[in-house]
Write a protein that binds this ligand. Structure first.
Ligand code: 3MF
Ligand code: MG
Length: 343
């Protein structure tokens, strides 16, 4: 049976348009308004950083009531929380890592803060913790000892798995930005790491299309490899125009065939049937007017569904014939014509 896909995005995907060279160009939206947009566009999940839910380091006694307010707002809009990701890259204590920081107190802060993210996850009703190790790398290699850094990363993951026996950790790997070089630049690195943890069955990956592209890899093959490990637990679909800054362009808007291949892999694997989300991580262009600065989300979803249609339309027998005849030129034309709507 064909999968019914469920979509999610993060509050940071509806943003004010600031970039490293200019301030915001659009007014902020309230959280309530973001939820209204999610509901109106047919999304069912919201991705959260810990401090998207409640202020970072809010005293424990106040946490439960504060999270309950957000949970109620989600429910009022027919939405669920997909995951909580501890935002370990904005606080001054997280500048050198913090999981791989040379400072023991900063490493401790990373673990404490992430345990609180686990508590938030519990309260809001998700078991998934996403770990984008934004600053777990270096600007210069001599700054840290790499083998020690890997060990710290393992200690960190184990501490969270041990803290709560129901949570899962989804590593979201990226080769660079904000750091020059990351310790675990690709999904493959993290997959190997999963098997070193105290519970590999609760350690998997979230793959972002653009992160794979930035590593010079094909996102669909990355997804297939994680699927083969039974560890593709979420995705961040988007697009990226070559090896530049992280663009988070709407899905399929740069390379439609590369996007098709991702959809095809997901379709063939029955992705979504076990509740896996189709997450987006996309940004509106800085030029987009405020009142329509949600089109990037709507368009990504529409392009995804158009590609699902193509994937369901291509005739497997025809593909097999081309494969049998070794006529990959013919197969290529078939796919390109399908994508051009000519078949
Ligand atoms: C950076 C990202 C992040 C993560 C997010 C959730 C800010 O390139 O993709 O977005 O997706 O932190 O893990
Ligand atoms: Mg992402």
């Amino acid at each position: 049976m064909a999968t019914q896909y469920r979509f999610s995005f993060g509050p940071w995907n509806l943003h004010e348009g600031a970039d490293p060279f200019g301030p915001p160009v659009r007014p902020s939206r309230s959280f309530e308004e973001k939820l209204q947009i999610a509901q109106r566009l047919g999304f069912h999940g919201i991705q959260f950083h810990d401090d998207d839910v409640i202020p970072a380091d809010l005293p424990a006694p106040q946490m439960e009531a504060a999270v309950a307010v957000v949970k109620r707002m989600l429910e009022d809009h027919g939405l669920e929380a997909e995951f909580i990701a501890p935002r370990l890259w904005e606080d001054p204590r997280t500048g050198d890592g913090p999981v791989t920081s040379n400072c023991a107190q900063e490493r401790a802060y990373a673990i404490d803060r992430s345990k609180r993210a686990v508590d938030i996850a519990h309260m809001i009703g998700t078991k998934d913790i996403v770990w984008w190790p934004a600053r777990e790398g270096t600007y210069i290699r001599e700054a840290k000892r790499a083998t020690e850094s890997f060990a710290y990363m393992l200690d960190y993951a184990n501490a969270l798995l041990e803290y709560d026996s129901s949570i899962r950790i989804l590593g979201e790997m990226k080769p660079n930005e904000p750091m020059d070089l990351m310790y675990m630049p690709t999904t493959g690195h993290f997959l190997a790491f999963c098997y070193k943890t105290i519970d590999p069955s609760r350690t998997g990956v979230l793959i972002e299309s653009a992160h794979a592209i930035l590593a010079g890899l094909d996102p669909s093959d990355e997804m297939a490899y994680a699927l083969w490990h039974d560890k593709l637990w979420s995705v961040h679909l988007n697009d990226q125009n070559g090896l530049k800054y992280d663009q988070d362009k709407a899905f399929g808007t740069v390379d439609i065939r590369r996007a098709f291949n991702q959809v095809w892999v997901l379709e063939q694997a029955g992705y979504g049937a076990k509740g896996e989300w189709v997450g987006l991580d996309v940004k509106a262009m800085r030029t987009q007017p405020h009142d329509i600065a949600w089109r990037h989300l709507e368009n990504s979803k529409e392009i995804f569904f158009q590609l699902v249609e193509v994937a369901r339309r291509v005739d497997p027998n025809e593909i097999q014939d081309f494969r049998d005849q070794r006529d990959y030129e013919g197969l290529e034309l078939l796919i390109v014509k399908q994508l051009m709507g000519l078949r």
